[in-house]
Design a protein around this ligand. Sequence first.
Ligand SMILES: NC(=O)c1ccc[n+]([C@@H]2O[C@H](COP(=O)([O-])OP(=O)(O)OC[C@H]3O[C@@H](n4cnc5c(N)ncnc54)[C@H](O)[C@@H]3O)[C@@H](O)[C@H]2O)c1
Length: 361
Amino acid sequence: MNQMYFRFKHVVLLIIGFFFFLILIAKFVREDSEEYPDGANLKFPEDIRHATYLLNEAYTKIEALEEKIIHLESRIPKTYPDVKFLNYVNRKRVLITGGAGFVGSHLVDKLMLEGHEVIVVDNFFTGRKSNVEHWIGHENFELIHHDIVNPIFIEVDEIYHLASPASPPHYMHNPVKTIKTNTLGTINILGLARRLKAKVLIASTSEVYGDPDIHPQPETYWGHVNPIGPRACYDEGKRVSETLTYAYAKQENMQVRVARIFNTYGPRMHMNDGRVVSNFILQALKDEVITVYGTGDQTRSFQYVSDLVEGLVALMRSNYSQPVNLGNPVEHTINALSILKKCQAEFAEGGSCSEEYQCDL
Ligand SMILES: NC(=O)c1ccc[n+]([C@@H]2O[C@H](COP(=O)([O-])OP(=O)(O)OC[C@H]3O[C@@H](n4cnc5c(N)ncnc54)[C@H](O)[C@@H]3O)[C@@H](O)[C@H]2O)c1
């Protein structure tokens, strides 16, 4: 009996010992691995290296995003330029098609500062959001991404219709689209103005005179235009645009204004506008030789964009409905323009522009 009890005791001790052994092994295995809060159980050094790599990658991404947020926040104007307060009797809702472009964006600035509500419709073909970004979020301002070849239905009191590519490389890029913008687009805008009984100003161009036989061209001159030349998509497009405007005015008894705009320059004009002012500025900035085609004795007139905008607004507010030329009556030779480069060189050397190079541009 004693012998059996002795054996049983040993078996029990053996079993208990075995359990302790298992607990000990489990403890070792546990200590060998690392537990992470997300439940990942990483047992091997490669896993830990991979996790560290992922973590570092996440940190880099977060840093890049933080930088982007800071950059974007710095672009949101904390304060807007001071706009006048106009009561509802004097405040107008103004639609500017092509308002994100060079001329349009300056017109937006003027009307906003005067206290009007401005709605810009633009397809951003040549225009840029950055031209009007200082107004984005302002209660009087709205920016609509829309192509005026398609009809648009909004409620406004006045319309400045500027949407159309303006420089040769832009309007020749897609001639059919240029014609559509100036015909179908103008029909849509005139139709909108008719429905709303709104006053509408059409931005036409000196190009309606084509290759003129007389200088300077009075508004009564009918022009000398090639209907099938490379620039016809623009020149003829604008001529049809004018024709449509006066057809609507006569038939629908509408208030219309037509501005024949001449060469304009100023801030926000396109770098690749392709015309002489931006070409010269670009070449001067790049310290390149200024390219003058021909003898350089050919003349051009250039108006500053703020003068044009004053003219557009004055025309809209006048009661004159015939076409009006808007430009600088003083012509300069291209050589006079290229003199700026020589002036720049003299300034760079610490001198001042010598008298022979001075011009009153
Ligand atoms: N800048 C000049 O020297 C000059 C000279 C003569 C006439 N104009 C006329 O003045 C107006 C403005 O010229 P700009 O110099 O500001 O040109 P721009 O190219 O800077 O601006 C034209 C604007 O119209 C937009 N646009 C073009 N097609 C459109 C479409 N289908 N739907 C909606 N938006 C469209 C463009 O995205 C751009 O924002 C144009 O009608 C142009 O013909 C300008």
